[in-house]
Design a protein around this ligand. Sequence first.
Ligand code: CS2
Length: 487
Amino acid sequence: MKRLSREHLPLARCGVRLPPDPGLAESLGIVHLGIGAFHRAHQAVFTEDAAVTADEPGWGICGVTQRSRKVVEQLRPQDGLYTVLERGQREVTARVVGQVREVLFAAEEGERLLQLLADPATRVVTLTVTEKGYRRGEHGGLDVGDDAIAHDLAVPGRGQAGSRSVVGQLVRGLQARRNTEAGPVTVLSCDNLPENGQVVQGLLADFCQALPPREGEQTAAWIAEHVSCPSSMVDRIVPATSSRDRAEATALLGVRDEALVVAEPFRQWVIEDRFAAGRPAWERAGATLVDDVVPYERLKLRVLNGTHSMLAYLGALAGHETIAQSVDDRDLRTKALRLVVDDVVPTLQAPDGVDVVAYAEEVLDRFANPALGHLTTQVAMDGSQKLPIRLLGTARDRLATGAVPESVALAVAAWMAYMTTGHDVTGRPLPLDDPLAHRLRQTVAGAPGDPRSIVEALLGVTEVFGTDLIDHAAFKQAITTQFRELI
Ligand code: CS2
C-alpha cells in the first residue's frame, strides 16, 4: 500500500476531499509550536480554508514538535500531508490537508527554527503546547527553577539556537528577529488557558527579567514594541488516533497515512483581533474575530472542559472506557448538568445571546458521539494542570459569594479517587499520566489512610490548589464526603 504524499494522493472519490494546489501554501507565513493532533485538526484546517476562500498564498505552516521525532517521521515523508477523519454520528468523511509545508524537531533542528522565527516572512507564531508546556510556577509566572528554563537562560549569547523550552525558543527567536530587524510578529496561544495571550506575554517578560539586565531590558523593550500576544479560544474534540481509525482511513483513501488525525465535525475558534503583522483571513473559514475573548473562553473552559474532566474521572471510576459511555450514563449526565446549572452558570457573563444551559446540552450531545471513541483516560491526563483552569476558578468564585460548590467538590473528589484507587469498579487499572504524578503519589502515600486525611493532604498540594482552598472547611468537607463515597 503506497504512503500518502504529493505523488500518491488518494483517488478522488466520495467522502474524500483532496488538498488544494500546493502553491497556495508554498511560502511559509506561520510557525506553529506543538504540532500535535489538535493543531492538525483545528488551526491548520482553518488556515487552509482561509487560504482557499481568500485565494491568499503566503500562510504555509512550519510545524515544530517538542517531545520527539515521531511527528517529523509521520509528516516529512508525506510532504506534510495528512488526513482529518471526521466522525459525525452518522457519517465519516476524510479530508487531506496540505497547509503544513515543513516539520521540525526543535531539539535537533534549533538552528532552522531560529531562522524561521527571525524570518520577516514569518508573521504569526501559534502555540498548542498543552497547559504543562508553558512551564509556569504555582503563582502562574514562569518557573525559572524548571530544568529546561534554567538551561535556556544559560544559552550563551543572544538569539542562540538550542532552547529546550517553548518560552526559551520564543525569546531566542525574537532576539534573532531583533538582531536582524525582521519586524513585528504575533504570538497566538491556542491552548486551554484563561487569557492565554496575557499568559504568553507575561512568560516572555519573566524570561527577559531573568536574563542579564542589559540583555533582558533590550529584549523586553523590543518585544513590547514589536510583538502582539492576542488571546484565543479553541474548540474541537480530537481523540487520540486508534488502529481502527488507521485501518478505516486506509480503506477509504487507498493510501496509508501515518499522520492521520480524527475529529468531530464541530470546530470553533474565537480570536482577539490584535495582530502586529497581519494574519490569514480566518473569518473566511468560520473563525470569530472579537475584541474580547474572555466571555467565550470562560464559557468554554468552565462548561465544556469542566464537565469533560468530571465525566472523565467519574466515568473512568464507573468502568466507562469512553466519554460517550459516561455521558450515556443518566446519573453522570445529570451530575455534569448540575455542575453547569448550580456552580458554573452563577460565575459566568456569557457572550451576548448565549444560553449557557442550552450550550451545555449541546456540549453533552457532542460528548455522546459514540463514533469518536474518546477515552476517559485521555481526558483524565494532566489533571494537576487542568483542574485549576476548568474547575477551581469556578470553586473560588462560588466560595467568594458564600456558596459551597458541591458539584465542583464532586469533580475534585472524583479526581482524587481516580488517583488514589488507581482502578475502576471492575479492577481495570487507571493510569496516572500527570507531570506531578510522583508528587501526588507521594502525597497520598504519606497521608494517614483515612479519607479526610487524604483529602487534606491533596488539598495541600499548592501547585494545584494554591494556599487558599484548604482553608475552606465546608468545601473540604464536601470533597471528603464525596471522596468517601467514591473510594
Ligand atoms: C479535553 C480537551 O483532553 C481534554 O482535556 O477536555 O482536549 C477537549 O477535547 C477540547 O478542549 C475540546 O475543544
